[in-house]
Design a protein around this ligand. Structure first.
Ligand SMILES: Nc1ncnc2c1ncn2[C@@H]1O[C@H](COP(=O)(O)OP(=O)(O)OP(=O)(O)O)[C@@H](O)[C@H]1O
Ligand SMILES: [Mg+2]
Length: 266
């Protein structure tokens, strides 16, 4: 094939049928998500650093500012968003996948397919890729200013499929102060950069107030520290009750308003 073939993150000289398949899938998904202005992934390769916490609270802080917001639980095999929000809805029929509206935010999660929190979703790589694609191709979102994606940890199948299939505005990276977290968060940032996804900045959770892990990530990857979220046991207590921290605590809302004020200006 003559000339460059543009598949978003990559430009290739000639295209194998499998690559053409991905181009077609990206096109379908782009049309499906065409009513969404901005798509932002909340990401770190490290598990347990606060990705879901940051996703939920950024989504509701944006919504409180008057933006129309969707929250997609892109942690396909270990979905947590519905528990954090106290959503118990289960899809009666499979398609199309209509988000559940909770306090004004449209929410969609694979947890809505499984009516038992003890059931693990066990899939090999190709199934994960297929599931991610079906999830995006069959979801029906309203007109949104922002879609926030709670990304899975790791740098393999799930995050790769999402990066390959979706045109994201970029990633907000999440780390804790610890070096082990920042090192693994840097790994995810390097992967994102290599695949052409912008880094919108980094948030430090469970912080003492002064960015340490986030500064490490920002200095290494040449991106901005968007803000810190202080260590606060209210996060665990509220999330366990399905309550939304930014809507329950003005101090937490202040922290997230600081973060999103930088995000909406990027
Ligand atoms: N600032 C904070 N202070 C105290 N606890 C926090 C804070 N942020 C998050 N947590 C707690 O840390 C735990 C892990 O957070 P969370 O589930 O958001 O991480 P994650 O990165 O999404 O994890 P996973 O990789 O498993 O998806 C939760 O119990 C959450 O309540
Ligand atoms: Mg999570």
């Amino acid at each position: 094939m003559d000339g460059d073939v543009d598949i978003g993150a990559y430009k290739v000289k000639s295209a194998h049928p499998s690559i053409l398949g991905v181009i077609e899938q990206r096109k379908n998904i782009k049309e499906r998500l065409s009513k969404i202005k901005h798509k932002i992934g909340i990401y770190s390769a490290k598990g347990g650093v606060g990705k879901t916490t940051v996703s939920v609270n950024i989504a509701y802080a944006l919504s409180s500012m008057g933006y129309k917001v969707g929250l997609l639980d892109a942690d396909i095999d270990c979905p947590n968003v519905t528990m954090f929000l106290g959503i118990k809805d289960i899809f009666e029929s499979n398609y199309p996948l209509k988000p559940v509206v909770k306090e004004g935010v449209e929410v969609l999660s694979t947890a809505m397919f499984v009516d038992d929190t003890r059931t693990p979703i066990v899939w090999r790589g190709p199934m994960i890729g297929k599931m991610v694609r079906e999830f995006f191709e069959n979801s029906e979102w309203g007109e949104l200013d922002y879609l926030i994606l709670d990304m899975p940890p790791g740098t393999s199948d799930s995050p790769l499929s999402i990066i390959q299939l979706l045109e994201l505005d970029g990633f907000v990276l999440v780390t804790t102060p610890q070096r082990i977290a920042s090192v693994n968060t840097i790994r995810s940032g390097v992967m994102a950069k290599r695949l052409g996804v912008a880094l919108l900045g980094v948030v430090e959770t469970m912080s003492d107030g002064k960015p340490k892990g986030a500064q490490d990530v920002a200095d290494t990857l040449k991106c901005e520290v968007l803000g810190v979220v202080k260590e606060n046991k209210k996060f665990g207590e509220l999330s366990d009750r399905g309550e939304i921290p930014v809507l329950s605590d003005p101090e937490i809302m202040k922290e997230f308003n600081g973060i999103i004020s930088k995000l909406v200006n990027t």
